[in-house]
Each structure stands twice: as C-alpha cells, then as structure tokens.
Design a protein around this ligand. Structure first.
Ligand SMILES: Cc1ncc(COP(=O)(O)O)c(C=O)c1O
Length: 441
C-alpha cells in the first residue's frame, strides 16, 4: 500500500537504536502521529513541506510541528535572519530591537492588540491572559468551552478535547491527574456553538466571572453564524474580558488571525504557533487598560500582574517572528494557502464519499480534519460520536503512503504546492479504498 514515489524503507539500525533509547529515557517527551509501534519514527531533518526519518523515508508533512511551520520547515529567509541574529547573541533578558519591532508589528496587525507581552509557549500566554482578567475584574472564575484546548496550565486543562466524562454544564472535568481539586470550582464549562446556554451561564455567574476564553475556531469546528458576535455582545454587556486563544489561528487564518477572519474583536488574545516558524515564542496582546496591569510600575502603585519569563522576548525568536511576518505579508500568500487547503478538503471529502465512508471534513482550509461520522459536527459532543478508531486507521494508512498528519488535524503551509496536493489527493483515493476494503465482512 504505497503511493507513487513512496516505498517505506526498512527501519535502519540507527533508527532502531534511537527508538530503543527513546523508550528507555523519554516516557512522555516525544510525540508520534499514532501510538502504533510499527509507525514510530525518529525525525532526522525537514525542509519545506517534507520531513525525513532516521531511516531515510521522506514524507509530505501536514503535521508541521503541530502547526508552527506555516512557511514550511527551514524557510530560507527565516534561517538567514536567525543566523545573523545568532551571531549577535540569543537571549539577553533585557529588551532588544527585534522584540520592540515585533511588538509594533503585532499592534499594527492584530485588531485587538494595543499592547503586547512576550512568552515562550501558548500555555503561558493563556495562563497569563486568565491571570490578567482575574486581576482586572477582581474575581476568579473563568468560563471556557467544552472540547476547547488552551494548553497545559492547571486552569486550562479542564473540559478539553480529551474529556470522556460528560458532566452537566457548567461543571468542569480535569484532564489530568495532579490538578488541585479546588480549581475545578474556578472553571465553568459551556457548550461551543450554543449561544443560548452560554449566555444563560454567563448571566447567572456574571458577578464572579473574570473572563471568557475561547478558541474562535475550536480545534477545527467553525463558529456558527452569530455565535462569536453573540458572545462578544454578552461579555461586553457584563464588562467581562473576552479572551481569544489564537495559538493556532493567529497568522494562520489571516494576518490578523481569527478575529480578522471572523470579524469579532476580543479584549485579549494569545498567539503562538504560526507566528515564528517553529521558534519558541508566544504573544499575549490586547486592550491597553488590561495589559497595563503587567507594567512593573504597578509594583509600587498596586495591582501588579506578574508575567515574565527568562526567555520571554528573546532576540532569536523575535527575529524569526519578524522574518515570518515579512514573508506572510507577500501579496497572494493567503489566497494560495486557502486555495491549496480547499482542494485538500474537497478531495478528502470526495475520496471518502466515493467509497461510501461517512465523513465530515470540518475546519478552514489552512487547518482542517475529517470526522468519521454522518452527523453534523458542531460541538464537542457531536464530535465524540465520530469513529475514532477509523480516524486512527486513516492516519496510519496515510503514513504507509508517505503522508504525515497529526491524529487530529491537517495543517497546510505556504511550502506545499500543487505537486504535493496532487500527490496527496491520489493518496486520499488509495487510502479510502483501503479503508473501505478493510470494512468488508
Ligand atoms: C489552541 C491552543 N492553545 C494553547 C496551546 C498550548 O500551546 P503550547 O503547546 O505552546 O503550550 C495549544 C497547543 O496545541 C493550542 O492548540
């Protein structure tokens, strides 16, 4: 079962030895697209939209480091800019020209951004966004949406896409052992795309709600007509900060992110993947009066929100982000990205329709995924009805055909071209036939 041009080589001795060490030393620190030992791989290098394992197999990459490689791997303009910066030092703690220039560029690009703070990961920026909201409002509870993912901090890791225990709204379900039980009471969970229930929860808890955080494109589930605007209206009515987690959508759906794409502007926003071509940086930005609480002058005047980190605003990551932004600003970038993604979404739906496998391809062209179900997927509970085992077989079969994706999404980059898309569409058809054949009694 190989696609034209792809025939998986036997695992090399080097890769076998590296996998043995992985098993011995790294219980959690590495990721593969599927848990199957047969498909485990160690990555050796990547360039553009191609990634190569330590046995020399080259795959078309739609995982893209889980999203950050919006320009593809090792984009020459980013590599060159970073190389020049590396010679001048990498991390000074103190403010530097690339950080200042990047802050200015973010304010000019992202609709909600009046002021900017830098962090290193998405989890930090969502964490600090919630802390800022709590300080601003003088109360503690945060509302999030069921199935939404905001990273690894204890407040975010509730009711996300890994949840299997369904509680009545707005009760939160922790997604990890080790989260203090007391925090469950500080997080309220609402159903995505259900404005009526969400509004009722917000109105009932308005006095104790510090903020509402949402992935505007939740995983790959698009907001229904009026949902984000309705959320904006009710949060404005109660003066509750609305936080967009644009860790995935920032720079990916548009230069101004989902807030530009969907036309709804939040009070605060977290950006991360997509902004710096794989260099670790995240951005927390938003309304000047809320962001001002992070100013160290507040240590004297009171109400200071601590939010800093050793590598925050380091010159290398900021340089990479500026170089990435310059490339993305080229005319026609998003038109091409969307056109390629749309061909992939349509081709995937058609390939599976063609063999009678029920599927819903959800998302936006730069980030999408198949759900193996005949039901409409509009929130977490409808997504749960999809056939997860079929999705895993689909992901593994793609690997057998030389294509890497996350077990959830496909990410598309500007480095993908018509050649890779044509090849991928041919693979979709082969994989669809393979899945249909394996379903026969
Ligand atoms: C929407 C969203 N928010 C937050 C995060 C956490 O970002 P990080 O892994 O950089 O901490 C992720 C990571 O996948 C994400 O997809």
């Amino acid at each position: 079962m190989t696609s034209p041009g792809f025939k998986r080589r036997a695992r090399s001795q080097r890769e076998q030895a590296l996998l043995a060490k992985t098993e011995r030393y790294l219980p959690a620190g590495v990721r593969n697209p599927t848990p199957s030992p047969e498909h485990a791989m160690v990555i050796d290098r990547a360039s553009g939209c191609r990634i190569r394992d330590a046995s020399g197999n080259e795959y078309i990459d739609y995982l893209l480091g889980s999203g950050p490689l919006l320009l593809g791997h090792a984009h020459p303009a980013v590599v060159e800019a970073v190389r020049r910066q590396l010679e001048r030092g990498s991390s000074y703690l103190m403010v530097n020209e690339p950080a200042i220039e990047l802050a200015e560029a973010i304010v000019q690009t992202v609709p909600c951004a009046e002021k900017v703070c830098f962090n290193s990961t998405g989890s930090e920026s969502t964490f600090f966004a919630m802390r800022l909201a709590r300080a601003f409002r003088g109360c503690d509870k945060i509302l999030k949406f069921e199935g939404g993912f905001h990273g690894m901090n204890d407040y975010a890791l509730m009711g996300n896409q890994w949840t299997r225990e369904l509680r009545d709204f707005p009760a939160a379900v922790p997604n990890s052992a080790g989260i203090p039980r007391s925090l469950e009471a500080e997080v309220l969970v609402a159903p995505f795309n259900d404005l009526e229930t969400t509004t009722a929860i917000i109105e009932q808890h308005a006095d104790e709600l510090a903020g509402v955080i949402i992935e505007p494109l939740q995983r790959t589930i698009a907001p229904g007509p009026g949902f984000l605007q309705g959320l904006r209206d009710v949060t404005l009515r109660h003066e509750i900060p609305l936080i967009f987690d644009e860790v995935v959508t920032g720079f990916r759906l548009a230069l101004g992110g989902a807030q530009e794409y969907y036309g709804v502007v939040p009070d605060l926003c977290a950006l991360c993947k997509g902004i710096a071509s794989g260099y670790p940086i995240s951005v927390l930005c938003g309304r000047g009066d809320i962001m001002a609480l992070a100013s160290p002058t507040r240590q004297v005047s009171g109400g200071y929100v601590a939010q800093t980190g050793t590598f925050s605003g380091n010159a290398v990551s900021c340089t990479a982000a500026l170089a990435t932004l310059r490339e993305l600003q080229r005319e026609g970038t998003y038109e091409r990205l969307f056109a390629l993604g749309q061909r992939l979404m349509d081709g995937l739906q058609a390939a599976l329709d063609g063999v009678g496998i029920a599927v819903q391809v959800s998302g936006e062209p730069p980030a999408f995924q198949p759900w193996f179900t005949s039901h409409e997927v509009r929130d977490f509970r409808s997504a749960l009805q999809a056939d997860a085992a079929m999705n895993m077989r689909f992901t593994e079969s793609l690997l057998d055909h030389g294509i890497v994706k996350a077990h959830e999404k496909f990410f598309v980059s500007t480095a993908h071209g018509d050649e890779e898309v044509d090849l991928t569409l041919a693979v979709f058809r082969s994989v669809a036939e393979h899945l249909a054949a394996s379903q026969q009694p």
